[in-house]
Design a protein around this ligand. Structure first.
Ligand SMILES: Cc1cc2nc3c(=O)[nH]c(=O)nc-3n(C[C@H](O)[C@H](O)[C@H](O)COP(=O)(O)OP(=O)(O)OC[C@H]3O[C@@H](n4cnc5c(N)ncnc54)[C@H](O)[C@@H]3O)c2cc1C
Ligand code: SF4
Length: 559
């Protein structure tokens, strides 16, 4: 093949795109993987991974000036001194908005797979059915049984730590052993079991290698060491990132060409064949333009950028964006409502302390609106639960006195609990992303414009969560119960979904059941843009399973 001709092009070398590339390369397809960000090579490009706190100028905190200049990305909890280089600063790719939206970006080979919190819960049959049983949006063209084998396929390779819970609302996967949970987690679990038949406190499944298998060793990855500085890149490959796993795996097949610093401007459309035939790329450094050609194009640039690229792919056949005959591209954009939290103190465990660190927590899967809409609001929510007992940070003294203070056994704060609602938001036509026709970025590409907001359903769901969890905390004997509404705008959840939803009917959806554009079948959108509804689980496991499934559909169709 020449330097510009490939069998497949994948746009975006992050969580989902690296899965497409791996599947294609494993099956002999000459694949070009493009990413707008710089190369980040496993081990070589983790400059802060092994630094001690005192090696950072502000001990890991950000300077006031830095926060002032980056008000959006600084709101992300993982945006710390050791990880800023894996995030995009606010002025690099500006955007416009009708209502506040916080767009948190990670542009590099590996994308946000370097930064994620590695929570990996499957969807259940109820989640795929919620639009039907709760009467909103459109029905999914696939169901749990379509995705279940792809969940297993991905989980075995990624390595997921979990417990077999046997719940049909949160199906079990292919699990490695779980890590330990705290004494307060165990107490909460038994109180919930005693009092509620329909609710379960379970270990939050996560993409960490607690006991690496042969397949993980083959990837060159080792056991998680519980250092909990994952967002700096993990030299052990203890958690799944595209950099430590799928990308080097695809490279070893000899079928992958990886091109970093390649900003995809648009997908090229051939009016004669009625198919896409490649992509137009701008070099991020020299701003030179290139065209690359292939039989199929996969969009995996993250939901927002995949939709933006399609909207910017204009031809006389598709003046409003590729595959956008019905004008729905960019509409029904979704996110998760993470505003509602509830905290409390947990007396009665003063004889217990936490020893070491854990990169995960406990979790309560959905418990309402399962077979039908049983509450005043539509949709599902789950709950992430964090319990902790920290040491007091007594730093007023110096020298031996300071050391004595830090070493005092009894120098602990009380146990506390903090639970966060992870709420489904309803797909709405007015929640949309579009291109700003009057403003362009440094590459001459139109800026993204957001019009995304909460609605009354979100408020009702939050009230339900607060009431239910005040009751649960009360039954558990927790005190000082506080409701919290962070008031955060959509986007800070970093679960971007929809904009090119899948559906059965080309009149009300953009993609078919195989993630292909309804009218341009050699273009696959195989990241979160395809989501028909959002349910409540952290979405990346589902994105990876959908990406692997779409890649294998292409492989099958070629045969
Ligand atoms: C702090 C944090 C915590 C998170 N925690 C979790 C969690 O616990 N569980 C979970 O499921 N999810 C979590 N997420 C979300 C998760 O990271 C995303 O869902 C996931 O990375 C999305 O995969 P993707 O392939 O769509 O996008 P990404 O992984 O972001 O990859 C997209 C890639 O496309 C590239 N790109 C973009 N535009 C272009 C263009 N025009 N041309 C070329 N390349 C382009 C980008 O540079 C990027 O590398 C978290 C995210 C963050 C930041
Ligand atoms: S917690 Fe595990 S995966 Fe995260 S950085 Fe530490 S060793 Fe790596």
């Amino acid at each position: 093949m020449s330097e510009v001709n490939f069998e497949a092009i994948v746009i975006g070398a992050g969580m989902s795109g690296s899965w497409v590339a791996k599947e294609l390369c494993d099956n002999g397809v000459k694949t070009l993987l493009l990413d707008r960000g710089p190369e980040v090579k496993h081990l070589r490009d983790y400059p802060t991974a092994s630094k001690y706190p005192w090696e950072f100028e502000y001990r890991g905190a950000l300077s006031n000036d830095h926060v002032k200049n980056n008000p959006i990305v600084s709101e992300c909890y993982a945006y710390k001194d050791g990880a800023t280089h894996f995030f995009v600063e606010d002025d690099v790719q500006p955007y416009t908005q009708r209502q506040p939206f916080e767009w948190i970006k990670g542009y590099q080979v590996g994308g946000k797979s370097l930064l994620w919190a590695r929570q990996t819960q499957r969807w259940s049959k109820y989640d795929f059915n919620t639009p039907y049983t709760n009467q909103f949006g459109i029905s999914w063209p696939i169901d749990y049984d379509d995705l279940a084998p792809w969940y297993s396929h991905v989980e075995k390779f990624v390595g997921i730590s979990g417990e077999k819970d046997g719940l049909d609302v949160l199906p079990d996967g292919e699990f490695l052993p779980a890590k330990e949970i705290t004494a307060v987690d165990k107490h909460l679990r038994s109180i919930v079991k005693e009092n509620y038949k329909d609710r379960h406190v379970i270990y939050a499944r996560c993409a960490h290698l607690t006991e690496p298998r042969e397949i993980h060793r083959k990837q060159g990855r080792g056991q998680c060491q519980n250092r909990t500085v994952c967002e700096r890149g993990c030299p052990f490959g203890g958690y799944f990132s595209a950099n430590s796993s799928t990308i080097p795996w695809a490279q070893r097949t000899g079928n992958l060409t990886l091109r970093a610093d390649a900003v995809v401007h648009s997908v090229l459309y051939d009016e004669q064949t009625g198919k896409a035939n490649g992509v137009k790329v701008i070099d991020a450094n020299s701003k030179e333009e290139f065209d690359y050609y292939a039989d199929a194009v996969f969009l995996n640039a993250g939901a927002i950028n995949s939709v933006a690229i399609l909207l910017n792919s204009r031809s006389s056949r598709y003046p409003n964006g590729l595959g956008n005959d019905n004008g729905l591209l960019g509409k029904y954009f979704g996110f998760h409502n993470y505003r509602a939290r509830i905290s409390a103190d947990c007396p009665g465990f003063e004889d217990r302390v936490m020893d070491g660190r854990s990169p995960t927590n406990v979790y309560m899967p959905r418990y309402v609106n399962i077979n039908r809409q049983s509450e005043t609001f539509k949709g599902a929510y789950g709950v992430a639960i964090y319990t902790a007992r920290y040491r007091k940070q007594e730093t007023k003294r110096l020298g031996q006195d300071l050391l004595n203070d830090l070493l005092k056994d009894k120098n602990f704060m009380p146990w506390t609990i903090y639970s966060m609602m992870m709420g489904e938001t309803l797909p709405k036509e007015e929640n949309m992303i579009s291109l700003n026709e009057n403003k362009v970025d440094q590459f001459g590409i139109p800026l993204v414009h957001f019009n995304v907001g909460y609605d009354d359903n979100d408020e009702k769901m939050m009230e339900h969560f607060y009431q239910q969890w005040e009751e649960i905390y009360d039954k558990a004997g927790f005190t000082n119960i506080q409701r919290i509404d962070t008031g955060q705008p959509p986007g800070r959840d970093i679960h971007e979904m929809g904009g090119a939803r899948m559906g059965k009917d080309p009149n009300d959806s953009v993609l078919n059941k195989n993630n292909q554009l309804h009218t341009v079948e050699n273009v696959y959108v195989s990241d979160g843009a395809c989501m028909t509804s959002t349910s409540y689980q952290n979405p990346s496991l589902t994105y990876m399973a959908l990406a692997a499934r779409a890649a294998n559909h292409f492989l099958k169709s070629r045969k």
